[in-house]
Ligand binder design. Structure first.
Ligand code: GRF
Length: 189
């Protein structure tokens, strides 16, 4: 099987991107070929440069065509969103049908949608007094957090948990499962 090429889209810290890079280094099924980022100050860009992975910084005035050509130049097969805060345009979804995957730090369909990212998600989970939270890995469609769910993992919460400790528990699940699940999707996709 030919190695698949993955582009990671990220806007922030990049801890999941880092885990994905580690997992797919010397992996026979896929490699991380490109990091796409919309924020020049994002730490994920430093990770890309330290790991010698090409990065592409999207600026507001760039056309979608520019991004699509960049993805084609790197022969990208799959796009993985790891903390990417912009809505993916419909044309890009058409270009990569069932090949764009997102991770959301809660158990969708609850606690998703526009504006639900980062600590806002964990604060909402805390204020609804949920007994559990978790991660959702899903395909991306035209609406925030509404695409087909591929995988979920749960973690129990207790009343002493704060949004910060919920975030830590959820991040642990992300780091444990995301790369492995991506590899499974890629080998069946
Ligand atoms: C993760 O919690 C992920 O679920 C969400 O954004 C966060 C990214 O964190 N979509 P990091 O930048 O990978 O550390």
């Amino acid at each position: 099987m030919n190695k698949k090429h993955i582009a990671i889209f990220a806007s922030g810290k990049g801890s999941n991107a880092q885990k994905l890079i580690q997992h797919f280094r010397n992996n026979s099924s896929a490699e991380i070929s490109l990091i796409v980022c919309n924020n020049e100050k994002a730490e994920v860009l430093q990770i890309a440069s330290a790991e010698k992975i090409p990065s592409f910084l999207i600026s507001k005035n760039d056309s979608l065509q520019k991004l699509i050509s960049e993805l084609r130049n790197h022969q990208i097969d799959f796009i993985v969103l790891a903390g990417y805060l912009l809505l993916i345009p419909a044309e890009l979804i058409k270009e990569f049908p069932n090949r764009i995957i997102n991770i959301h730090p809660a158990l969708l369909p609850k606690f998703g949608g526009k504006g639900m990212y980062g600590m806002k998600v964990h604060e909402a989970v805390k204020s609804s007094e949920e007994k559990k939270s978790g991660i959702t890995i899903h395909f991306v469609n035209e609406e925030f957090d509404k695409g087909k769910i591929i995988f979920q993992a749960e973690v129990l919460l207790n009343e002493n948990d704060s949004p910060q400790t919920i975030a830590q528990k959820v991040q642990q699940l992300e780091h444990e499962h995301f790369a492995r699940e991506i590899e499974k999707i890629i080998s069946t996709g």
